[in-house]
Design a protein around this ligand. Structure first.
Ligand code: SAH
Length: 219
């Protein structure tokens, strides 16, 4: 690695540490999650022109009218997913740039992720390869349908907001599994945690959030 790159690496490590401090102040407690955010290079997941803002605690544009989620939201959702122990296999809907996918891949055994915009999916796959990640399966499709062939999932994380919880995602959740999903129209979404028990689905509202809408079909 040349000097210039090392310099960038050090700067971003400092910026990452600062980001983690902010997340702690905002109430994120899981050491597992904080550690992964500290060591995951978010700048690789945004355009070079935005790299200097990659460790700000904000959402940023990633093209195609989509955004990379705010780090606080990624941390919050991941923490909620891990609250009963680390799940083995997780389905993510809305790969986008792949940052949340990468965070998950460092915590669980296998991540499945679905994106409806092919160009975003291709770029995300490149990043997973560049970072030598081997436990992510990414596919082009409509996340409303889930990924039947790989179900059931111990955890499902949805990064775009549908108007109602898609039936297929409830079906593909394992018993004792957890689904984290923003629900509602833009402006008034709530982040829900849905736990499947033997007999029922238990629901809890975690936060008020602002996600891009979950659309039908592929882009
Ligand atoms: N997980 C990303 C967030 C991406 S934004 C991150 O780490 O920052 C949400 C993504 O969901 C967008 O890329 C959008 O194209 C995608 N999306 C919206 N509706 C979808 C659907 N029905 N199926 C799959 N992906 C969808």
């Amino acid at each position: 690695m040349n000097k210039e790159h090392q310099g960038i690496g050090m700067t971003s490590q400092r910026a990452r540490n600062r980001l983690v401090e902010q997340l702690q102040q905002m109430g994120v407690e899981s050491e597992l999650v904080l550690d992964v955010i500290k060591t995951t290079p978010r700048h690789i997941f945004v355009d070079e022109a935005l790299a200097s803002r990659a460790y700000d605690n904000t959402a940023l544009p990633i093209g195609h009218n989509q955004t990379i989620s705010q780090p606080y939201i990624v941390a919050r959702m991941t923490e909620a997913l891990l609250a009963d122990g680390v799940p083995e296999n997780v389905l993510e809907i809305g790969t986008g740039c792949g940052y949340q996918t990468m965070v998950l891949s460092r915590l669980v055994k296998q991540v499945y992720t679905i994106e409806r915009i092919e160009a975003l999916l291709f770029k995300a796959r490149e990043r997973f390869n560049d970072l030598r990640t081997r436990n992510i399966s990414a596919r082009h499709g409509d996340g409303n349908l889930g990924w039947q062939a790989k179900a059931p999932f111990d955890g499902i994380v949805v990064s775009a907001a549908p108007i109602g919880v898609p039936e297929k995602l409830l079906e593909q959740l394992a018993v004792n599994g957890r689904l984290i999903i923003p629900v509602g129209k833009s402006g008034g979404q709530e982040l829900r945690l849905i736990k499947r028990t033997e007999m029922a689905y238990e629901e809890k509202i975690l936060d008020t959030v602002s996600f891009v809408p979950m659309l039908e079909g592929v882009g």
